[in-house]
Structures are given as C-alpha cells and as structure tokens.
Design a protein around this ligand. Structure first.
Ligand SMILES: *[C@@H]1O[C@H](CO)[C@@H](O)[C@H](O)[C@H]1NC(C)=O
Ligand SMILES: *[C@@H]1O[C@H](CO)[C@@H](O)[C@H](O)[C@H]1NC(C)=O
Ligand SMILES: *[C@@H]1O[C@H](CO)[C@@H](O)[C@H](O)[C@H]1NC(C)=O
Length: 211
C-alpha cells in the first residue's frame, strides 16, 4: 500500500485555495476594467493631477514576459500538476525585484458601503517600488504614492511562493490603511481597509494602459 495517495493530476486543497484567490483576482480585474472604463467615459471618476487612464485589457499586458518559463502544453514535466500549473507560473517573474521595481504602477480603488454603489476615486499614480530587502521567499518593498488625498508612503512585503502582498499605506498625517492583495497575471489585486470601511483596488503598470 502506498502511504500517500497517488497524485491523480487534480488539484489539492492548497492549490484549490490559490485557484480561488486567482480566479477572484481575474473576475475582479475583469469587472474592474468594465466599471472603471465606463465610469471614466461617463465622467464619473474625477480627475486629480493626472488624467485617468483606462485599465489594460489582455491585449496590453506583456504575457510573453510574464510567462517567460512557459512550457508547451502536454509536455511531460507539467503533466503532474495540470490545473494548478497555471496559477503560480507568473510568480517567478512578477514577484521578482526586477519586475516589481521596473516602471510606474498605477490603478484605482473603490469605496464599498453596504447597500450602496461602490464609488471610485481618481487614479492612484507615482508608485515606483524600491526593494529594501530581497530574501529567497519574500521581498520588502517601499514606495511613495499619490492619490486624491495627496501623497502617501507604501511599505510592506511580497511573498514569492504565493504572490500574497501585505502593504501599509500611510498618509503624511499618519493615517494608515492596510492592503491585502495578491499578484495576479493582471497586476496587484486586493482589498484595503476593513470590512466596515474599505474597498477593492487594482494596480498595474502604466506601460500596460492602452495609449
Ligand atoms: C510525476 O509523477 C510521477 C508519479 O508520482 C513521478 O514518478 C514523476 O517523477 C513526476 N514527474 C514530475 C516531473 O514531477
Ligand atoms: C489624514 O489624511 C487622510 C488623507 O487625506 C484623511 O483621509 C484622514 O482623514 C486624515 N486623518 C486625520 C486624522 O486628519
Ligand atoms: C503566503 O505565504 C506567506 C509566507 O509563507 C504566508 O505568511 C501567507 O499567509 C501566505 N498568504 C496566504 C494568503 O496564504
């Protein structure tokens, strides 16, 4: 009798968890793109300092860079982890210091209130991550950022194995918000604040926004 269940090629619980996280990210970015693009078109997102850019679509994201280590389908080395295989293949590139620090990240966040339509603030911009420490399993990042409320500092951790990001955003007056996010193939997607006061956000590279 084998003391371990044979790997039947289906996903285990950990993978399942990550599949849900990434699928949520994918759904949220899809939804975000639609809502933000519509709201910008209809002039419902106010402009502040920077013009509001439209989020990228799959056509604008450089997947050939993100999936640099991609293997042909059905090749032997990937046959054991079929469904889970795609979930983490973007992480070696997208959680690397070079990728994180390369270029400006921009994005949007919304405020969600129970029983009300989410409201959108002007574009966040000026996020240029600096890597303050780089370990095998995580790196520490820091940046300035700008939004409708003014400048803030961002600092936190990017986990390389699972793409999870924990970032603190601190305004100049000391007010802080926690970001809890995951690196998806479409950028950084997550939530900010608490269940009482907060919302969703999505950050991508400025160079991905359609010109
Ligand atoms: C796939 O699984 C088989 C059986 O468990 C194992 O012998 C083989 O080394 C695995 N291949 C890879 C690439 O992990
Ligand atoms: C600090 O600044 C932020 C952003 O402008 C604002 O939302 C918050 O209410 C301020 N906090 C205090 C205590 O003034
Ligand atoms: C990702 O991995 C880190 C380090 O192992 C862990 O602390 C964190 O809780 C994980 N995140 C999630 C969402 O599982």
């Amino acid at each position: 009798m084998p003391d371990q269940a044979p790997n039947n090629g289906f996903v285990d619980e950990d993978d399942m968890h990550w599949m849900k996280v990434i699928m949520c990210g994918v759904l949220i970015t899809g939804m975000f793109r639609r809502i933000v693009s519509l709201s910008i078109d209809q002039g419902r997102v106010q402009t502040h300092q920077e013009p509001n850019l439209i989020p990228p679509s799959a056509r604008n994201i450089p997947f050939e860079v993100i999936y640099s280590s991609i293997e042909p389908p059905f090749s032997s080395s990937r046959s054991n982890d079929s469904a889970s295989w795609f979930l983490t293949k973007h992480l070696p590139v997208m959680t690397s210091p070079d990728f994180l620090a390369d270029g400006e990240w921009i994005g949007y966040y919304c405020h969600v209130r129970v029983g009300r339509q989410p409201t959108w603030d002007p574009m966040m911009h000026g996020i240029n991550f600096e890597i303050t420490a780089d370990y095998a399993d995580h790196c520490a990042v820091r940046s300035r950022g700008d939004d409708a409320y003014g400048p803030s500092s961002l600092f936190g951790t990017v986990h390389k194995q699972n793409g999870s990001l924990q970032i603190t955003k601190q305004y100049e007056n000391g007010t802080t918000w926690q970001w809890s996010a995951v690196m998806t193939p479409f950028g950084i997607v997550g939530s900010w604040g608490s269940s009482i006061w907060g919302g969703w956000f999505w950050l991508w590279k400025r160079s991905w926004s359609p010109a």
